[in-house]
Structures are given as structure tokens and as C-alpha cells.
Ligand binder design. Structure first.
Ligand code: FE2
Length: 277
């Protein structure tokens, strides 16, 4: 058994998104432009309504999947497919933007804590212009499993025989929310060749013996097992893995395609009002 060690540490960078929301970005920054098949990871988290109240008014996406995991708070989603979503603490949303979606993500709270993650997962060339799709999961729909002292919410993929709510045929994504009490240890097997990262958002941890601080993303090297050990005050982190697509990535803001011509087409479609069906 070989433990995956830390290949790169990426402290999250505060950036302003939407109509003036502060998010902490790790994937999608100069230090880590992308991590095939992942294009962006934003962690939003604030007790200050001024940092989230402006929300994310109408904006487009084409060419990938957005996966939102709400830890605390209440957001309303509306999109060009006609979906209205209610995203609550512990719930998740899997939106395959593919050929095009225009949506808004607005807070339904005016006070208290808003906290969560948004991950952008790339689509292969063959799926980029497929019809869009939307799936939403209430908090109680997401399975939880205990593994020794660790508590795991299985969002995508599988742990200890418990399968998550989302199937991802393209990049076989795995997405676990792992809570560890002080000094507890957690192990998760991973197939060779999968890209993997861990992002700690509470406490501090050690990965294969190497320290990982809060609000830092660790890109993992190869090996067959991920080993996370919590520090003295416990730890909570997400463990995410997926199969790299190994295709060219051309990104212009919310459009991620394989060629420049496809990006120009996306912009032309958006201007002409034909990005979405
Ligand atoms: Fe969006």
C-alpha cells in the first residue's frame, strides 16, 4: 500500500465574484490554473452578510459541470432550463451546463453564516455540446457513513460500500466530506491515475505525514490510498478525485472549450441569445 503524498500546497486566494461576493479560490488561480479534470474550486464562507448578500445574478456557462455543496446557509437557484432550486445546509446541486445554461444563485438569507464549495468539473469534447441537465439533492438525500472515528458524507463516488447520490460517467468523480475528531485517522483507496486533492476547511490535518493547514488545498501525488490524520483539534475536509481528460483546455471566464474557435462561437451565441435552447 502506498500513501499518496502532497505534491503541491495551494493556499486559497480571496477573490471577488458575482455581484461582489468574497470567495476563496484554490483551483483556478495563478498557482494552480486547473487540475485536470477540475477547472475551479471556490470556497465561500462568511458570517458577514455584506460578503455574500449580492449573490450571483444571471450569468452563463458552457462546456463543463458545476457542482455546489452547501455547508451552511440557503441559496435559491434559477436557470434557463426552467429549474428553481432551493439549496440548503448540507444539500448539493449537480448542474451539467454542457451546451449552455444561464442561471442565478442568490442568497435567501439576510443574516447568519453562508458556507460551501463550488467545483467546476470539465466535460470531454464529446459532451461539451450535449443538452444541459440539473440535479438537486436535499441534505437528507446524501448518505453518511461512519468509518472508525471518521464521519463521511458521500456526495459522489463510494466509500466503505456506501454510494453517493451522483453518478459521473465521464470523469468518475469522487467527492467525500470527511469529519475527523482529534488525532483520528481516515483512509480511502483510490485507483491509479486519478487526479486527487484534499481541501481542509476546519482544523488542520496531516496527509501521509505531511501537514495541511486550514483553507489550503493539497494536490496529491500517485499511490493507492489517501491517508488523512486530524490534528489536536480535529479536522474537516473534502477529498475529491477524478479521471483526467487530457484534452486541450481553452477558457474564457464561464466558457471552457477545447479550441479558441469554440470559445468565439460561445461568445457569439451568448451575444445572439442562442447560448441556451
Ligand atoms: Fe454559475
Amino acid at each position: 500500500m502506498t500513501h499518496r503524498s502532497i505534491q503541491q500546497l495551494v493556499p486559497a486566494l480571496a477573490v471577488t465574484e458575482g455581484a461582489g461576493v468574497t470567495v476563496h479560490r484554490s483551483i483556478g488561480t495563478p498557482a494552480l490554473k486547473n487540475l485536470d479534470p477540475f477547472l475551479m474550486l471556490d470556497h465561500f464562507g462568511s458570517d458577514d452578510p455584506d460578503e455574500y448578500i449580492a449573490g450571483f445574478p444571471e450569468h452563463p456557462h458552457r462546456g463543463f459541470i458545476t457542482f455546489t455543496y452547501m455547508l451552511d446557509g440557503h441559496m435559491e437557484h434559477r436557470d434557463s432550463m426552467g429549474n428553481t432550486g432551493d439549496l440548503k445546509s448540507g444539500g448539493a446541486q449537480w448542474m451539467k451546463a454542457a451546451s449552455g445554461v444561464i442561471h442565478s444563485e442568490m442568497p435567501k438569507q439576510t443574516q447568519g453564516r453562508m458556507r460551501g464549495f463550488q467545483l467546476w468539473i470539465n466535460l470531454p469534447a464529446s459532451e461539451k455540446m450535449a443538452p444541459p441537465a440539473y440535479q438537486e439533492f436535499a441534505p437528507e438525500a446524501i448518505p453518511e457513513v461512519s468509518d472508525g472515528p471518521a464521519r463521511i458524507r458521500v456526495l459522489v463516488g463510494e466509500h466503505a460500500g456506501v454510494r453517493g447520490v451522483v453518478r459521473d460517467p465521464n470523469t468518475q468523480v469522487q467527492y467525500l466530506d470527511v469529519t475527523l475528531p482529534a488525532a483520528a485517522r481516515f483512509e480511502h483507496p483510490l485507483a491509479a491515475g486519478l487526479t486527487a486533492f484534499v481541501y481542509a476547511f476546519e482544523g488542520a490535518a496531516r496527509l501521509a505525514g505531511q501537514p495541511l493547514a486550514t483553507h489550503t488545498l493539497a494536490v496529491l501525488g500517485q499511490g493507492d490510498t489517501v491517508s488523512i490524520e486530524a490534528g489536536g483539534s480535529g479536522a474537516r475536509c473534502i477529498l475529491v478525485a477524478g479521471k483526467p481528460l487530457k484534452e486541450p483546455i481553452v477558457q474564457y471566464g464561464p466558457f471552457v472549450m477545447n479550441t479558441r474557435e469554440e470559445i468565439e462561437q460561445a461568445l457569439a451565441d451568448y451575444r445572439a441569445g442562442t447560448l441556451v435552447a
